[in-house]
Write a new protein. Structure first.
Length: 302
């Protein structure tokens, strides 16, 4: 089942210090509506069953967003929108937006929330958006970005006090967040298995992983190509036929790191995406793993 993260615009009305996808992009980069519609039709023909509208803040172009959601609905494609909830300034405004999305066929809202987001957007906005989803009958969840420090306790308690559905999402230490201090990780095992849903940027570049756009600048390992030169189907086939990509999906990053010679005590110290970068942004290591993925690596399983 093919799913993709769809970056319609890089523009964002806030500068979240943990956002990495927009760090090296211009402030405003928007795909034309007609072009986006053509791409979605092509995606449906290529077997894409779900689209997540993300990158920057999709609600800035709300009318365009409604058109794209409606098109996906007609094509029987699952739709999710990732948003910081800046638009949900009151319960009334939140409900008006959510009801419109419901009418046009949206399946789910993902509400970004963290102590960094909430420097710019009131947490009441997130509450308004979540409650509006409940009233309208739209699935939602709060993506609670955290470094698991005590500073986040009050933010988590706010979600619990208001009985909101949320899932902790570890902050990715890249882009603006690369300079963040970080504590040691205390755990006995990290699977680091990745579904690797592809990501299409507003400039029509497609990556094999939605978190890979700005992390692998030495090797560009996850860059599949551009819709300017190849079709959606061709780019998906690149992702699905790469043996090393398939190893990431099936074996997980921890297993690959063990095969590559990383010490067990070191593997568990890496956070989300960091271990992946150690493995695949090194030309020498990448060459070794590409060869091994054709055979030897497949035997490194329990």
């Amino acid at each position: 089942m093919r799913k993709i993260a769809f970056g319609y615009s890089t523009r964002c009305n806030i500068k979240c210090c943990h956002c990495v996808a927009t760090e090296d992009m211009p402030d405003v980069s928007k795909m034309e509506l007609a072009q986006a519609q053509e791409i979605i039709i092509e995606m449906a023909a290529a077997g894409v069953s779900g689209i997540s509208f993300t990158a920057g803040e999709p609600f800035i172009y709300f009318q365009d967003l409604l058109e794209l959601v409606a098109l996906c609905s007609r094509l029987k494609m699952y739709t999710r929108i990732v948003t910081n909830s800046y638009w949900a300034k009151s319960p009334e405004q939140a409900l008006e937006h959510v009801l419109s999305l419901k009418q046009f066929g949206l399946c789910q809202l993902r509400l970004s929330y963290s102590r960094w987001h909430q420097q710019h957007v009131s947490r009441e906005n997130v509450l308004n958006a979540a409650r509006a989803c409940k009233v309208a009958g739209i699935s939602y969840f709060v993506s609670f970005v955290t470094d698991f420090s005590n500073e986040d306790d009050s933010y988590e308690q706010f979600l619990r006090d208001n009985i909101l559905m949320f899932f902790p999402e570890p902050v990715i230490y890249a882009g603006r967040a690369e300079s963040f201090g970080r504590d040691a990780i205390f755990t006995d095992y990290q699977d680091n298995r990745c579904a690797m849903n592809p990501y299409l940027t507003p400039d029509l570049t497609m990556y094999a992983c939605c978190d890979a756009g700005s992390h692998f600048k030495t090797t560009d390992f996850f860059k599949l190509g551009s819709l300017k030169n190849e079709s959606i189907k061709q780019l998906f086939e690149k992702s699905e036929s790469c043996q090393l990509f398939n190893a990431i999906r099936s074996l997980g990053i921890t297993t690959i790191a063990s095969f590559a010679g990383f010490k067990a005590r070191d593997i568990v110290t890496y956070r989300k995406c960091e271990l992946c970068r150690q493995l695949f942004d090194s030309p020498e290591m990448l060459k070794k793993l590409k060869i091994a993925a054709e055979g030897e690596l497949q035997q490194w399983t329990r």
